[in-house]
Structures are given as structure tokens and as C-alpha cells.
Write a protein that binds this ligand. Structure first.
Ligand code: FES
Ligand SMILES: [Fe+2]
Length: 352
């Protein structure tokens, strides 16, 4: 494996070479080293609210979220006999029954019955269990978490405090479910999110809501925060304490490693989950969680669909260019691309 060689000094650093995006072997390495340890938002099918067993997708891994009196846990949805997926739709129940040869599992994953097997089955016949956690109406999972959930979510918690809000007030709005399939690597989509440099060039509507000269960037160990300062007349949070006190915050835009975007707007949270959908492909899932319906459609969190199309179009341009032969390593804008540099440094660590 080649090294990314991202200089720690932003002024000297060069952006990644084209092979990061165009080499299929590198794509496979990223799948193992970046995605497996990462927390991700669980996408639940609609109408799952009263169900105790909910199938969901965990970074491409079929999973079942169990919610009952004993709490919440996340199991594999893959039968330990011959790998059939077990549950297709949310339901109420205490047993998971494999439709292929009838093996039954309890909601702790242990085998309850296994037709055709006289000898007792061992612990490795139980359904594997994954890490899970929830905040308000949001549920998250990880295959092999690289850090505890609370540490991962802590920057968002802090921002909700500044905003005078709590995740428990959020209400899931299924009308906000949107999926975008893109013919670009997930890396390019995320990289575009990590800098505001492009906003005046790509997003005229968004530019009008923000005071871009006051835009702020914060880096933390496993992500970044971009603070969109609202213009005078635009919807905003007005933090009364902490380092953002006195600012008109139109949006807290968080990226959490590896690929969760948490956009905190005066109306609520727009969660974006970026999936690696195979080599050269990404899938973006939007989910909306609302505090204040009356603020939907205004300010920095207003025209989300237009902004999305604009972002996708520039990510496609970068992908076309990377597949040509002339691109060499670029340079980072020291004033605008600190977050991007931070991401590439974390990526370098993950790639080893
Ligand atoms: S695959 Fe599930 S019982 Fe055979
Ligand atoms: Fe953008």
C-alpha cells in the first residue's frame, strides 16, 4: 500500500494523489479500515415505531435492531446456518425465525430451536451482536467501534447545549427521507462538504443566507465543525454562553468520522449518512428530525435540495477530472481547506 503523505503543515501539504480515488485495491482497504470501526446512523424502514424487531442496514451489513423492555440492541440479520437474511420488515415479536430452514433465535441472539440439528448448538451459532446506541429518536450502530459512542457524539451534544435544544425534543419526519445515488466515490462527496470555499461559486442561494466572511472552522479528533454565521435577517441560534455566545449561528455543520453529517439548523437536524455504494459510487441518505416546523425552508437550512444538486454536480466534475491523466497533487487553501486537510490526515492514519 502506498502512503498518502499528507504534510502536517497545511501551508506545505499536498492534496491526495489520484490513486486514492481511482485504485480499486485502495477502495477495498478503505472499506475494511474506515467503515468497519465507524459509527453510523441506522436507517429504519417507515412505520417502525411500535415494532420490537426492526431490520436495518449497518454500512452494508444486514442487521436487526431489537427494542424491548430490556432496552435496545443490534444483532446480525444473517442466519448462522447458511447465511440467509432473516427479517424483512419491522414487526412485534420475541423470536426471529429464519425463512430458509426454520432456525429460530431469541432476541438476545441465542438459538431457541434448530430443526434438523439434534446435537446442542454452540455459542457460535448465536447471531453476532454489534454495538448500538441512541439519542432521542436517532439510533446508531457500529461493527467494531473505534471509540465509545458518547465520545463520538459529544461535539453534537455540546452544540445542542449552545443552541438551547435537546435531542429528546426532536421528532422524526419521514417526509425528509431522501436517497441520492451518485456515480462518484464517497470520498469526493465528503470532501466537498468539508470546505466552504466553494459556497460563493456553487451555491448562490445559500450564499445569500450566510455571512461568509465570518464563517468559522473547528477541528476535533474525529471530525470537524463548520459554523455558518447567519446574516442579520436570517433564522439563527443565539447562543448565550460558551465560545459561540453572541454569534448568530445559522447552522452548525458537523462531520463525524467516517461519514456522518449532522447539520443542526434552527428547525432541527438534517442527518446525512454517506454510504460507500461500491467502487466509484456513493449513496447519500437524508433524514430529518424536527424541533420547529415553522422554520423549515428558511435560512441556511432552507433550500437543501438545490444545494444538494449543486454539490453533486461539482463532485462529478472532480471525479471526471481524476479519471484523466494530468492531475497531480494540488495544494490546500490555508484559509479555507483546514477541515479537508484534517480529514486527509485522519485518512492517512487509517490507511497506515
Ligand atoms: S439459512 Fe437459516 S435455517 Fe438455514
Ligand atoms: Fe456545498
Amino acid at each position: 500500500m502506498h502512503r498518502l503523505d499528507i504534510d502536517p503543515d497545511l501551508a506545505l501539504a499536498r492534496t491526495p494523489p489520484a490513486w486514492l480515488y481511482t485504485d480499486r485495491a485502495v477502495h477495498e482497504v478503505l472499506r475494511r479500515r474506515v467503515w468497519r470501526p465507524g459509527w453510523t446512523l441506522l436507517l429504519e424502514p417507515p412505520a417502525a415505531k411500535d415494532a420490537t424487531l426492526v431490520p436495518c442496514d449497518l454500512s452494508g451489513e444486514p442487521a436487526v435492531l431489537v427494542r424491548d423492555d430490556a432496552g435496545e440492541r443490534l444483532l446480525s440479520n444473517v442466519c448462522t446456518h447458511r447465511a440467509a437474511t432473516i427479517l424483512d420488515a419491522p414487526c412485534r415479536g420475541e423470536i426471529l425465525r429464519c425463512p430458509y430452514h426454520g432456525r429460530r433465535f431469541r432476541t438476545d441472539g441465542s438459538v431457541a430451536a434448530a430443526p434438523g440439528f439434534d446435537a446442542a448448538l454452540g455459542p457460535d451459532d448465536a447471531l453476532p451482536r454489534f454495538a448500538s446506541s441512541s439519542v432521542g429518536p436517532l439510533s446508531f450502530g457500529a461493527l467494531e467501534p473505534g471509540l465509545p459512542f458518547d465520545a463520538w457524539w459529544a461535539p453534537i451534544d455540546e452544540a445542542l447545549g449552545f443552541a438551547g435544544r435537546s435531542a429528546d425534543e426532536l421528532r422524526y419526519d419521514p417526509r425528509g427521507d431522501i436517497t441520492h445515488d451518485l456515480d462518484v466515490p464517497w470520498l469526493l462527496y465528503l470532501e466537498n462538504y468539508l470546505e466552504a470555499f466553494h459556497i460563493p461559486f456553487v451555491h448562490p442561494e445559500l450564499s445569500r443566507t450566510l455571512s461568509l466572511e465570518n464563517y468559522e472552522h473547528e477541528l476535533f479528533a474525529h471530525g470537524t465543525l463548520q459554523l455558518g454565521i447567519a446574516r442579520e435577517e436570517q433564522a439563527a441560534f443565539l447562543p448565550t454562553y460558551g465560545r459561540h455566545a453572541g454569534k448568530r449561528v445559522g447552522a452548525f455543520w458537523f462531520w463525524l468520522w467516517p461519514a456522518t453529517l449532522v447539520n443542526v439548523y434552527p428547525w432541527g437536524l438534517s442527518m446525512n449518512r454517506i454510504d460507500d455504494a461500491g467502487f466509484g459510487r456513493a449513496r447519500i441518505h437524508y433524514r430529518a428530525f424536527v424541533w420547529d416546523e415553522s422554520l423549515r425552508g428558511v435560512g441556511a437550512g432552507g433550500a437543501l435540495d438545490i444545494v444538494e444538486q449543486q454539490d453533486q454536480s461539482v463532485a462529478r466534475r472532480a471525479w471526471s477530472g481524476l479519471q484523466g491523466s494530468t492531475y497531480r497533487r494540488g495544494r490546500y487553501s490555508p484559509t479555507h481547506e483546514r477541515g479537508l486537510h484534517h480529514f486527509h490526515r485522519l485518512l492517512e492514519d487509517a490507511l497506515g
